[in-house]
Design a protein around this ligand. Sequence first.
Ligand SMILES: [Zn+2]
Length: 269
Amino acid sequence: MRFHTHEALILEVFDLQDADRIVAFLTRERGHKRGVARGARRRHSRFAGQLQPLAKARIDWGEKEGRELVRISGADLVRPPRGLDDLEGLLLADYLADHMLRFAQEDEPSELYFRLLDSTLEALAAGVDRDLAVRYFEAWVLRIAGIFPAPRGCPQCGESFGAEGAVLPPAGEALLCPRCAGGTPGAGDRPSAGAAAPGGLAVPVPVLAFLVAVGRLSLPELAAQGGAEPAVLRRAEELASRVRRAFLGHELKSYDVMRRTLAEVAGAG
Ligand SMILES: [Zn+2]
């Protein structure tokens, strides 16, 4: 058995039979891990209150060669989860954690993912607009994964994006200028040929500007500059969702659950 102690962000907590819990957590040093916390459901357990989703905690665990589940032997709360205890907040918490489970690797250093989730949680606790924070987070997950479409210019013709904005083609992972997105090679002189490429997503100039700002500014800086219009955030959300789906081959389950649940709640109200 090899023993580790690292700061972690708790991603998921499941009850097992008896008094145990399964806990998924993210570390800078070892990526995401899954472990058993024995007795964690007992009232006077030493884990009581330490292992909640999106809490930051110092975790002690032991690993055995060839075993997927580690044994969690201790946990000290560093920061409780804050500001996400309403329905939308809980759904968002699942959504943020889901990204880490899909994109951060097990047993691989995950400094950038850790810092992204950590700083997003800090900003949410400080009252930064949720919509802005989550769009920022989504875009940065794609950046860290190396699949964020460059928002400045068209990789096909090399031109900077102009007043017509850009287009994400239906199965595409890169933003193209409208001409390249719609025209076949050599037919690039048709006026605004690609703007209506079927199934493509138009990405207008304000959305491109938002994506550039996300890459250059911290989330608090972006919020201090006034964030972005709701329509810009909706388009950025759709763009991130399409790029993520193309990469994973499916949408994150937590995203579908969040959208469906919030739509039902809105419909019932
Ligand atoms: Zn082009």
